[in-house]
Design a protein around this ligand. Structure first.
Ligand SMILES: Cc1cc2nc3c(=O)[nH]c(=O)nc-3n(C[C@H](O)[C@H](O)[C@H](O)COP(=O)(O)O)c2cc1C
Length: 359
């Protein structure tokens, strides 16, 4: 049986590489992205399409049984592999990510106010580097729209995996008033999110990363943990923090009573980009993700795991099952994927689940 599923997965991988990826890559990166999320939304819409998704996920799925599951944050995760924030900002595919094989999904980042994000183009592939650059700028329909969608999905019993929601600051809100903005999102998501991820690490909202400094971070995390009413709160950090800044942020996070750390967001560095894509990468503002981030993200995870008892979700440059496993070896309890899916396709989920099961 496992043999059959591995065979099906190889067919799936080849189909993605030879057919789906060339088609998707004919369009600009953002159109391909919206097409993918729309497909997830459509697949989640009717009992028939949902059943087909489950069957497809099963056919190419991991040869892993119950030993893939893990208890963490007071939640049961069917496996250790999640979809990272930013892919499904508005929760359109919330009924689909589980059947596709993910063990959790982090929706968002959403903001209290709906906002269009930065002007297009704002998402770029660097195929020679296995990388992506984005400066989306939190384009989203706002937390209230997401809350409505999540409530409806839960009422219809369509949500079968833990759903985290990443919250950020609305662009129109001055950074000094950030706390109130985050608290509006916390209130709107009451009873709907299995965990909240406080995003203070996106490079694409002016001033946001300054909220990682000890003073503002203390104020923000104290307020969010206080308002979350027992829902686990995690904080997502940037890979560009110095060790000292990272240690300070961890101290603050622990004192505020957060339940875990997500490491890392995208990087402003252009290190690891292939020489022939260097000029382009330096010309485009935004956060870099994918293969150039693999080692740095793993290093930050190892640093966080060595310094705190907090569970760590490792994200950044997981392009293969081996990368996912290396994140666990570095100290992560769960992992998340984004850019790897652009390059390897959806069969990467099964590969990563298999590589991180039974641990
Ligand atoms: C197009 C795009 C949009 C993203 N949007 C968000 C976001 O809204 N919130 C967030 O916390 N991270 C966001 N991220 C960062 C990812 O969640 C992840 O931390 C980062 O891409 C590193 O993982 P990867 O190398 O597997 O892509 C985004 C990444 C990409 C590529």
């Amino acid at each position: 049986m496992d043999q059959l599923r591995r065979g099906a997965r190889r067919v799936g991988e080849t189909a993605y590489r030879r057919v789906a990826r060339p088609l998707l890559w004919r369009t600009d990166a953002e159109t391909a992205h919206h097409g993918t999320v729309l497909a997830a939304q459509v697949l989640g819409r009717t009992p028939l399409t949902r059943a087909l998704t489950v069957m497809g996920g099963y056919a190419v799925g991991p040869a892993a049984g119950d030993d893939a599951a893990v208890e963490l944050l007071g939640l049961r995760f069917p496996n250790r592999v999640g979809l990272a924030a930013g892919m499904d900002k508005d929760g359109r595919g919330v009924a689909t990510w589980g059947p596709l094989g993910f063990g959790h999904v982090e929706l968002g980042t959403v903001t209290a106010r709906p906002q269009p994000g930065n002007p297009r183009p704002r998402l770029f592939r660097l195929p020679g580097s296995g990388a992506v650059i984005n400066r989306m700028g939190f384009n989203n329909l706002g937390v209230h729209a997401l809350a409505d969608r999540l409530r409806a999905a839960r009422e219809q019993d369509l949500v079968r995996i833990p759903v985290g929601v990443s919250i950020g600051k609305s662009k129109v809100t001055p950074v000094e008033e950030a706390v109130g903005d985050y608290l509006e999102s916390v209130a709107a998501l009451e009873g709907l999110a299995d965990y909240l991820a406080v995003n203070v690490s996106s490079p694409n909202t002016p001033g946001l990363r300054s909220l990682q400094d000890a003073g503002p971070l203390t104020e923000l995390l104290d307020a969010v943990v206080g308002a979350a009413g027992g829902t686990p709160v995690l904080v997502k950090l940037a890979p560009d923090l110095t060790d000292t800044a990272l240690d300070e942020a961890l101290e603050v996070a622990t004192a505020a009573g957060v339940s875990g750390v997500i490491a890392t967001n995208t990087t402003l560095s252009r290190e690891g980009v292939a020489p022939r894509e260097r000029t382009r990468a330096e010309a485009e503002a935004g956060g870099l993700s994918g293969a150039p981030l693999t080692l740095r993200a793993r290093e930050v995870v190892a640093h966080v795991a060595a310094r705190t008892e907090l569970p760590v979700i490792g994200v950044g440059g997981i392009m293969s099952g081996a990368d996912a496993r290396a994140m666990l070896d570095a100290g992560a309890s769960l992992v998340q994927l984004y850019s790897g899916l652009v390059y390897a396709g959806p069969t990467l989920v099964a590969e990563a689940v298999e590589a991180t099961s039974g641990r």
